[in-house]
Design a protein around this ligand. Structure first.
Ligand SMILES: Cc1ncc(COP(=O)(O)O)c(C=O)c1O
Length: 457
């Protein structure tokens, strides 16, 4: 199966044709899941001792399996944090796969890592972090947040021997992404929440720190602020929180996995003031920097601290640290050893299009949120829950109950028209089910938004 024969040549052509068609398609289907039993009934047994052949397997994919996926880059896929990778980045994802690069160490992946680092330098420059700051690409925001909190926890433990036996504690707000809690579980740390889904203000954080027991206070090692909450695009009071972290000697992590792309935008950049004081920042290029999955990134003010936390040791790895193979080793700065050079598609797309085009595409997402806000205000059956923030819009259909939102979501999805999902918004002490748009795709139009809102009448 590692030899070149006629079947392989034909399959290569088929795969390339499929990829070209998919990449250049302007009218994609939104796709809809089917039950696993239904898919099994459609495709039958695919893994057999002798193989079913590339052509048969590929036809099954095209006919039955591909459409059981949601095209997350569909212009009316406005749920969760959607994606909209550039065609150049997708094409270079193919090149990345075809090039078989091990992206852990410079010795093996110098060319790819060089490209990643060029893209990373640009990302770091957006944050305003001081000279020396640098980062690496990860599989996503979850892995980036984990890499950051491991670095923070290890630093805290190195600072004082006594911390070695302590369970760490993190403070964030309930607006933080679910991965913060999940990753705290991975490192067996506790999490306390400032009780707001809206902007986390420094004053509320200070009150919480002052209310800690002495045991909690000595275990507190990091504050996680969010720059662009997943639910509503809210940016915490980064400046004020940075000051508290400095005063209280706490690691300041900013989760800008979704919002980080907006650092490119002249219209909202001021909202991020204070991010330049972070110890670590998560930004996901697979969200608002138009990269294909999967591509997150973690950036450190002092990468040496990350290296102290993450560098792996083993006699089989010694050669990578030898003088003869000097260079930047991404494996030293995050949780993964073997890694794809997943920043490569971003590098190619940036190099091809230039950073100005990225800025325009991000500004369009923010503009679409404003357009949606205006349309919602003009229509009598819907109303804004809060002003649009970044590219997120929370709105309610007047008179609807949670089950109405759910039924509407499924109906539109089944029809192949749109995927817009409900969420919950905490106002006061109660959680209200509402509808939410998140705009990433610059191909979404005002007409798309209008049609979706009209489907709620
Ligand atoms: C603010 C924030 N942080 C972290 C994540 C997790 O990122 P990923 O799904 O790439 O692991 C998300 C995902 O939506 C997010 O919005």
């Amino acid at each position: 199966m590692h030899k070149i024969d006629i079947e392989l040549v034909e399959m290569t052509m088929d795969v390339m044709k499929y990829a070209i068609d998919r990449i250049s398609a302007s009218n994609r289907q939104i796709g809809h899941p089917k039950a696993a039993e239904e898919l099994k009934a459609l495709v039958g047994e695919t893994i057999t001792p002798k193989g079913i052949g590339g052509e048969v397997a590929f036809n099954l994919w095209k006919k039955h399996l591909m459409n059981a996926n949601v095209s997350i880059d569909h212009p009316r896929h406005l749920a969760f944090v959607p994606a909209s990778p550039t065609r150049a980045a997708i094409m270079f994802d193919l090149v990345t796969s075809a090039s078989s690069i091990h992206g852990a160490y410079w010795m093996e992946g110098a060319g790819g890592i060089f490209c990643e680092n060029e893209a990373m330098k640009w990302m770091v420059s957006l944050t305003g972090l001081p000279k020396g700051a640098f980062g690496v690409f990860t599989s996503g925001g979850t892995a980036a947040n984990l890499s950051a909190i491991v670095t923070a926890r290890e630093y805290w433990r190195r600072l004082d021997e006594k911390n070695k036996n302590e369970k760490g504690l993190i403070i964030t707000s309930i607006g933080a992404h679910s991965s913060v809690k999940a990753m705290a579980k991975v490192i067996d740390a506790d999490v306390l929440y400032v009780d707001t889904e809206d902007k986390m203000h420094a004053s509320n954080l200070q009150i919480m720190i002052e209310s800690l027991t002495s045991n909690q206070r000595k275990r507190l090692f990091s504050i996680v602020a969010t720059a662009g909450t997943t639910n509503a695009g809210i940016i915490d009071d980064l400046k004020g929180i940075a000051e508290i972290c400095k005063k209280e000697k706490l690691w300041f992590h900013v989760d800008a996995a979704y919002g980080g792309g907006a650092l490119l935008s002249d219209s909202v950049k001021h909202l991020f003031a204070g991010i330049e004081e972070a110890d670590s920042i998560t930004i996901d290029p697979h969200k608002w920097l138009f990269s294909p999955y999967d591509c997150g990134a973690i950036i450190y003010k002092n990468p040496e601290l990350a290296k102290q936390a993450h560098e792996q040791e083993g006699s089989y790895l010694d050669i990578f640290k030898d003088e003869g193979s000097q260079g930047f080793n991404p494996a030293d700065y995050q949780i993964q050893l073997t890694r794809r050079v997943r920043g490569l598609p971003l590098w190619f797309s940036l190099a091809m299009h230039g950073t100005d085009r990225y800025k325009q595409a991000v500004e369009r997402g923010i503009e679409l949120a404003q357009i949606a806000g205006r349309l919602i205000e003009e229509m009598p059956h819907v109303e804004l829950v809060r002003e649009p923030s970044l590219s997120c819009v929370l709105y309610r259909r007047i008179g609807w109950k949670p089950e109405d939102y759910k039924a509407w979501t499924y109906k539109n999805h089944r029809k192949g028209f749109a995927l817009v999902t409900p969420t919950k918004w905490k106002g006061g002490d109660t959680f209200e089910t509402v509808s939410r748009f998140c705009f990433i795709n610059p191909d979404t139009t005002e007409h798309d938004i209008k049609m979706i809102l009209e489907s709620m009448v």
